[in-house]
Design a protein around this ligand. Structure first.
Ligand SMILES: [Zn+2]
Length: 665
């Protein structure tokens, strides 16, 4: 077996997305084991992930009677006999579950996790073909029915998606453990793809749907510095839009460089945008940055839910084609719709698409250091990603609607609410699990100038600057429930450096002091305060981010939310759930514009959250059965309401829920 001539591997940087050598990225990540949540919100989520989400998901995937994912590898590896069971993207989802083990191990150093990974890896390695191709459905079919099995024969076979997740998981495993076992398999797979794309026609190459491999291939380049991987990543973008029958759903009807709007299948779209941002970080090709900026503006200003959710439509037709020929109308699914088309009950918002939004914005943040991207990283994490998993880490959502009603008259494809295993399409649970296990990686960045603080939550940071000097600090806060944050510097570099402290876009009136002395900095919303000085150990930075509950309205072009408000406190979007309004219809609640909310602790499913209590009005009326229009009813005043964080909905049974509520001005 010939492994490509990779001799120099950059193992020093152990970050989740390694932009430390990327010429066009401003920021670089800290090591995957450098941040430990100490207590509070993210510490609780991390523990749920460590003790419940990740082990239960792994158990599911290792159980051949439930998921059959690991069994597929064993059969492909000739350690067992049988047929492939499960969706074609099962391998990739197993790699994502594996990635959560890497991340948990990086933080905890738990030897059992290392041992488990060492047991899994040889089976994956053995399932790989000698030429580097690895995809258990085809490998197993090759053995059982050689005539019918052909690599890349079916675009819905998800081979490159699977290999992309192998690449990402392998890079991280290598960075964290220093072991090459999985990385060598990923090198063989990437070499296989490189050779494949050298000779593949555009039609064959378009088989690459759901492009997790754009990010994967660039991360392989960052790990190995093998220039042909960067060449491969560039060609993957160039080849898009070159075939005759491209679709908006797959973002390949027009070449990427000509695209201006977020379109099509939202997971594929966001993975594509994240991958292209990765290529830009290495190449500085401005013809890629231009569409990224246009698409970002279109997405954030016209197509994204208040929760950061992406992909409004279950099914639809593409609004992007220009033809009037009925036969040219293109179907789209799980997709972005038209600008401002944001229905609530039927919102798709697949958790994977929302995670793709995080991946896209994190990469844009690495390129630019602009706070608007960090705002979205935070928004998506707290709202449309955490909503994808139950508070106890056991049950998952596939779609993330902003409203649910028991009176809804028809069944959507995914009306299951939270369930432990989504048999036909379990992509979201492992994606959510790896993401929750990795949140600490999004808290800080390093740059030539200093340290950037993006996310707030009690933690210890212990990292090494590019020049080898150590920096150690702690963050103490009850964020996101309270905006007071204290940063204690414990170990500092000899030379002066800057601390970039994020003032969230939602925050007005932020103040900051250093060692008890108020800073005269202009603390504008949506910026970083730059504190450059000769720091000394023991220095203390205190940040105060006022976070009163606010009523938020949407652009009136969003028809579905006209004359309605959502409630947001700090980065957390709230919702009204039937469990908190016994004997009343939550859709009849009317929020007065001068409502005063009291913040109170609440425990749901063993998790500690803050709810909002206040007095609203209610429109009591006969039921709507067999009625489409009627005269309005008088308002009954003074109904006590309680709002809970949107991410916590659906943890107390299947009840009505809404983010948007009627407004009385
Ligand atoms: Zn998914």
């Amino acid at each position: 077996m010939v492994i490509s001539a990779v001799t120099v591997l950059s193992a020093q940087n152990k970050s989740l997305v390694n932009t430390s050598q990327s010429p066009y990225a401003k920021l670089a990540g800290v090591g995957m084991g450098d941040v430990h949540w100490t207590n509070g919100f993210w510490a609780e989520r991390f523990e749920v992930c460590r003790n419940s989400m990740s082990p239960k998901l792994l158990k599911t995937y290792m159980d051949e009677h439930v998921a059959h994912a690991f069994k597929n590898f064993e059969i492909a590896a000739k350690l067992d006999t049988g047929h492939h069971v499960g969706p074609p993207f099962h391998d990739g989802d197993f790699y994502k579950a594996f990635e959560s083990l890497v991340s948990l191990y990086a933080v905890t150093g738990d030897k059992k996790l290392d041992q488990l990974m060492d047991e899994i890896i040889p089976v994956i390695v053995k399932a790989q073909r000698a030429d580097g191709y690895i995809h258990t459905p085809t490998t197993i079919a090759e053995r059982n029915n050689p005539e019918k099995a052909k690599a890349f024969a079916d675009r819905l076979n998800f081979e490159t998606y699977n290999m992309g997740h192998l690449m990402t998981a392998a890079c991280l495993h290598y960075r964290v453990t220093g072991k090459r076992t999985l990385l060598d398999a990923a090198i063989k797979a990437t070499d296989y793809l490189y050779a494949f794309y050298k000779k593949a026609s555009p039609e064959l190459a378009r088989n690459a749907i759901c492009p997790s491999h754009y990010m994967g291939v660039v991360e392989m380049y960052r790990t190995t510095r093998d220039p042909k991987y960067l060449e491969l990543a560039k060609s993957l973008i160039d080849i898009r839009g070159m075939m005759k029958d491209g679709t908006d759903d797959n973002q390949d009807r027009v070449p990427f460089r000509q695209q201006t709007k977020a379109m099509g299948h939202a997971v594929r779209a966001n993975y594509l945008y994240a991958g292209v941002a990765d290529v830009y970080a290495e190449t500085g090709d401005t013809s890629l940055l231009r569409p990224l900026n246009l698409i970002w503006n279109n997405l954030v200003n016209t197509k994204m839910y208040i929760t950061g959710g992406c992909g409004a439509l279950y099914d639809g037709v593409s609004p992007n084609g220009t033809s009037y020929q009925p036969n040219d109308v293109q179907k789209i699914h799980q997709a972005y719709g038209r600008d401002y088309q944001l229905p609530n009950m039927t919102a798709y918002n697949e958790t994977c698409a929302n995670i793709g939004n995080l991946l896209f914005n994190w990469r844009m943040l690495q390129l630019t250091g602009e706070a608007k991207y960090a705002d979205l990283v935070e928004l998506v994490l707290y709202n449309s990603i955490l909503s994808g998993v139950s508070l106890d880490g056991v049950d998952f959502c596939y779609t993330n609607p902003l409203s649910q009603s028991s009176k809804f008259p028809y069944k959507m494809r995914w009306m299951g609410g939270r369930i432990p295993y989504i048999a036909l399409s379990n992509c979201c649970p492992p994606n959510t699990t790896r993401t929750v296990s990795e949140v600490q990686n999004y808290a800080y960045n390093l740059s030539k100038e200093g340290l950037w603080v993006h996310l707030y939550g009690s933690n210890e940071l212990n990292t090494t600057l590019e020049n080898g000097e150590k920096i150690q600090l702690s963050q103490t806060t009850d964020y996101p429930w309270n905006g007071a944050v204290t940063i204690n510097l414990k170990k500092i570099p000899k030379k002066s450096f800057a601390l970039f402290v994020r003032i969230p876009g939602w925050c007005k009136g932020a103040s900051l002091s250093v060692n008890g002395k108020e800073e005269q900095t202009n603390l504008a919303s949506g910026t970083y305060v730059k504190l450059a000085r000769e720091w000394k150990a023991g220095d203390k930075v205190e940040l105060n981010l006022p976070m009163e509950a606010k009523l938020i309205e949407a652009n009136p072009l969003v028809e579905e939310t006209r004359n309605q408000v959502a409630v947001k406190r700090g980065p957390v979007v709230y919702c009204l759930e039937g469990s908190d309004l016994a004997n009343e219809n939550i859709f009849e609640v009317v929020i007065p514009s001068n409502i005063h909310f009291t913040v109170k602790p609440i425990e749901i499913s063993g998790s500690h959250l803050m709810c909002l209590e206040g007095n609203a009005a209610i429109e009591k009326a006969p039921n709507w059965d067999n009625m489409l229009y009627r005269e309005i009813s008088p308002l009954k005043e003074n109904v006590s309401i309680r709002l809970i964080p949107y991410f916590a909905w659906g943890n107390r049974g299947h009840v009505d829920m809404t983010v948007w509520m009627n407004l009385k001005r």
